[in-house]
Design a binder for this molecule. Structure first.
Ligand code: BG6
Ligand code: MG
Length: 225
């Protein structure tokens, strides 16, 4: 009798790479409000629904999605990005540990207690400031942010950088994302993927939860097994 060829089981998950905005804290809302203010001032059409496509997308790519084919000189684009960033910086000044989304801190604490690794994998150039305001530094082994690599999500580069810094293979890391661009990046890099949010947005992820609320390490590892 012919036996099917043995298939390699995936390696055990040894580390997690967390997106920041919309995963650990609700700064996705602050990014949205900052873009909405800029768009309103510039008379550019924009809405919360359009903003769903900007989740996880770099500052420049976000602006390009808003201006579309309208002609702007480079210095005008730079000025608009700087203005949006100032609105965003104003908004994050009051962020405190209480602004962590439900489930985020307990999960990071469980990961550390279990001897597993945790990294940040955020496209934001402001991620380190937010992480410090949230008091999360001690729970993260690696910070990969908008300064770490040249190619933004949906390219896998940021997550590959984070995994390398953790000393883990992509297949041994699970990426936790709220954005379609982030899930695409995770899959492209050969990572395990956990989507947070509606299936219309993160439906390509292997495992989907509405948010991190109630997501324990046991539950997460069981879902990925
Ligand atoms: C991502 C956000 O984490 O970072 C995007 O989801 C944002 O909305 C991107 O555009 C870049 O952030 P920043 O802070 O560098 O403008
Ligand atoms: Mg996000």
């Amino acid at each position: 009798m012919n036996r099917p060829p043995p298939t390699e089981p995936p390696p055990a998950v040894r580390g997690f790479i967390f997106d920041l905005d919309g995963v650990l804290t609700d700064t996705a809302e602050f990014h949205y409000r900052a873009w909405q203010r800029l768009a309103d001032e510039e008379g550019l059409p924009f809405s919360r629904a359009v903003n769903e496509h900007l989740r996880g997308v770099s500052r420049r790519e976000s602006l390009m999605l808003i201006v579309q084919d309208r002609a702007y000189a480079e210095d005008q684009l730079q000025a608009m990005m700087a203005r949006k960033n100032q609105y965003y910086l104003d908004a994050i000044q009051d962020i405190r540990p209480a602004d962590l989304l439900p489930g985020a801190r307990p999960l990071l604490e469980e990961i550390k207690a279990a001897g597993l690794k945790a990294a940040l994998g955020s496209a934001s150039k402001n991620a380190a400031e937010v992480i410090d305001r949230l008091g999360l530094r001690p729970l993260l082994d690696v910070i990969a942010d908008g300064h770490s690599v040249a190619q933004p999500k949906p390219a896998p580069d940021l997550f590959l950088y984070a995994a390398e810094q953790l000393g883990l293979l992509p297949a041994a890391c699970a990426v936790v994302e709220d954005a379609a661009a982030g899930v695409t990046a995770a899959i492209a890099g050969g990572f395990r993927s956990v989507g947070l949010g509606p299936p219309e947005r993160v439906g390509d992820a292997e495992v989907i939860f509405p948010s991190l609320a109630g997501v324990t390490l046991t539950k997460l590892l069981a879902a990925l097994a």
